[in-house]
Write a new protein. Structure first.
Length: 201
């Protein structure tokens, strides 16, 4: 099958070539906008710092304190992700569990800040759980590691702007999937044409 013959065949199937990406995108759009619920994410930052006190009225942070604090931040991030902290958070809020919430822990190696995130369908509930999550992480870290304190930088607040789902991404992927399906159909048609041509020789 020559290129010209293939183009002529695709022209005959132009409706299919156009329809498949459109159908894939339309079906995904209906599902994404009609059935997928918005989710909202609230976050809280915890700050860790050990200090060497020179007097009752003055304190300073040494370089060794900074290095130690970064390691402490890593340890606290691990503690935050334990069932003990999650169960204590649920109990404090009068919940059986936190299955309806997605909890996350992020900490960078370049600073002493730990970010706790909570994602849920209700922005107010996400903020409430995030604040309690931070309190239990801080108290459990103090109890387990013998720290003076783990400071909560700022309380979580609810946001009316959804953090997901990323519907535009879903639509783009669906469109590309439709185009890939068209490409596969073209290859199958070309293969069939070559087989017929070879059989005729």
């Amino acid at each position: 099958m020559t290129l010209l013959e293939l183009l002529q065949l695709l022209r005959k199937r132009l409706a299919l070539v156009v329809a498949l990406p459109v159908v894939f995108t339309l079906a995904t759009g209906i599902y994404a906008f009609g059935f997928m619920e918005d989710v909202y994410t609230s976050e809280v930052q915890l700050y860790v710092l050990t200090q060497s006190q020179t007097s009752q009225d003055q304190s300073y942070a040494t370089s060794s304190d900074t290095a130690a604090s970064q390691q402490l931040a890593n340890d606290i991030a691990v503690i935050a992700d334990t069932p003990k902290v999650r169960n204590a958070t649920a109990k404090a809020l009068g919940m059986k569990d936190l299955k309806d919430y997605t909890l996350g822990v992020k900490n960078a190696t370049t600073n002493r800040v730990i970010t706790l995130t909570v994602t849920a369908n209700d922005p107010a509930a996400a903020a409430r759980v995030a604040n309690e999550f931070a309190k239990n992480t801080a108290s459990c870290s103090v109890e387990t590691m013998g720290l003076k304190a783990v400071n909560i930088v700022d309380d979580a607040t609810s946001s009316d702007i959804p953090s997901g789902p990323n519907r535009k991404m879903y639509l783009a992927v669906a469109f590309l999937a439709g185009c890939n399906t068209v490409q596969g159909v073209g290859k199958d048609v070309q293969g069939a044409g070559e087989a017929v041509e070879n059989a005729a020789k």
